[in-house]
Structure formats: C-alpha cells, structure tokens
Design a protein around this ligand. Structure first.
Ligand SMILES: [Zn+2]
Length: 159
C-alpha cells in the first residue's frame, strides 16, 4: 500500500497596513492644540475647590466633580526640581546611526505649581543645578505634533 504524501506547508509573508488615529480626548487635546498653535501651556480649573488640574482633566480627582471649561494660561517658566543626564549608547541597527543625543532631562516645577518633564538646553554638567530657573523654548518652524515636540527644551534664565 502506497503512503500518503506528507502535508506540505507553504509560507507566504505579507505586510498588513494598520493605520489608526488616537484621540487624546477633549481636555488633553486642548492643551496640545494650544501648545502647537499658540505656544502656550493651558489647563483647566476645578469649579469647586478652584485648584488647577494638571494635565487638564474632565473630573477633579479631589472633589469628584466635572471640571468644565474654566481655562487658565500657565507660565512657561519654572524651576528645575531634579535632573538626570541621559547618555544614549544605542544604535539603530537598520540605519547604522546613533539613536538620540546625550542631553540633560529635568523635572521642572512650573511657576503655577505643575510639574513637567522636558529636556534642558544647558549641556555643561557643571552648570546643571537643582533650583536653576528655566523657560521653555518653543518650536518655531513648522507645526509640532504633540507635547514633547512643541517645546524644544528649557533654557536657563537664572542660575
Ligand atoms: Zn476640586
């Protein structure tokens, strides 16, 4: 009796496109649009406790009430609360290029009391200090595409 031929598998590779759009929601989108179009930081205020919410939110976490649309423009100046110096030893194996540049990254206490994480312009490690005063440097050319890209970095304004 003849044997049945074994089952043969054929491998076919193809690339499937998966386009998608992500919505940041009404409140976070307002912040992103103001940053992109007006180079401003904005947030909303709780109608009950009057606290500024950061980032902008629909509900005040403290009062559990709808925050609404009481928008406030924030200062883009602040004080460095902490920093680290990022070193990128990473290489993109596909492009043969280095990924990113070494740079200081800081947590900044904005003058209105919100914390924000961003790059610092100052590259000299000897000049980096907790407590140094900084101000956002906004992207000039073209349109930014989101929170990280509309502020290039924070520049030292006082030591
Ligand atoms: Zn509240």
């Amino acid at each position: 009796m003849a044997q049945e031929p074994s089952q043969e598998y054929i491998h076919v590779a193809y690339t499937m496109s998966r386009p998608y759009r992500w919505s940041a929601g009404k409140y976070l989108s307002k912040l992103y649009k103001e940053m992109r179009d007006s180079k401003k930081l904005v947030t909303n205020r709780c109608p009950k406790c009057k606290e500024l919410l950061w980032p902008p939110q629909m509900v005040c976490g403290r009062c559990k009430v709808r925050a609404g649309d009481d928008w406030v423009e924030l200062s883009d100046k602040g004080t460095v609360a902490g920093y680290t110096y990022l070193v990128y030893p990473l290489w993109d194996p596909h492009a043969g290029k280095r990924v990113g540049e070494d740079h200081p990254y800081a947590t900044i206490l904005l003058d209105d009391g919100m914390y924000m994480v961003s790059r610092l312009e100052e590259q000299d490690k000897e000049k980096l200090k907790v407590g140094m005063r900084v101000q956002a440097v906004w992207r000039e050319e073209g349109r930014g595409r989101g929170l990280d890209e509309d502020i290039l970095y924070f520049r030292t304004i006082e030591q």
